[in-house]
Design a protein around this ligand. Sequence first.
Ligand code: GLY
Length: 313
Amino acid sequence: MSAVMVVHGGAWAIPDELASASVSGVKTAACEGFSVMKKGGSALDAVEAAVRSLEDNSVFNAGHGAVLNSEGEVELDAIIMDGKTLGSGAVSSVKNIANPVSLARAVMEKTNHMILTSRGANLFADSIDVSTVPTEKLVSEFERTEWEKHKNYATGVKEDFNAKWAHDTVGAVAVDFDGNVACATSTGGIRNKMVGRVGDSSIIGCGGYADNFSGAVSCTGHGESILKVTLARLIMSYMEQGKAVAEASELALQYMGDRVHGAGGAIVVSPSGQWAATFTTERMAWAAAENDTLWSGLNPQEKFQTPLNEWNL
Ligand code: GLY
């Protein structure tokens, strides 16, 4: 059985000035996650490593580079899910944490709960010695400038995720050499969101889902729309009805567009290693590593191929 790693850097109208850094960031993250599995790590280890790489890269809206809420604060959401056990852990509205995906994994592995939010999640982080970082360290220059320009959230939301102001989410899905699948998703949410607003990313079945019997999904896009249609589970249910991964994603995204006028994207992997990266926004940076090949894309229908060699592993 071959392993596959797929990552995304968020579905939105990525401006040209961020295009090349976004593609380079997802390629690096896919290689890092794939390398974890080549060295014997699980799909769960791989999605955590890939999402940490994206959270550490300030071109993306997660960890460093996260968007600011209406008070100019960073509030982060993340989920991780293990398709072998259906165990999952999530955090929402956490502050000053550089890698929320690892805190989500700790919620899964070290508590009896599935989601911790806000102060409770930060208290838990303190209790397991996860260090905090000052907000200034998480905020990119790009975000500070954009936040100053677009302080009106209501106007922005009406324009949907094809608007240039939106900036969305990172995620990873993987199947490992033992056939186990996993997903992880992490985000700063939507710029100028209300304090305490939680989107889809930390909600099981919405921002992500993983089940060894069906596959793994990580979603991106307008959180309130994704929540209304439970996008990750909708994609899985199409797969469970026998649809191929690309068709399942396209049908679910189409439904979200028709039913609630929401735009977004998804990456999907099946237990047998079929994968897809699909979006209804203008662009989504994505990359996939399998066998000896690194695939990547940004614009609709784009699929570039480069050798996955010792250097990028
Ligand atoms: N998709 C991320 C969010 O809406 O929060």
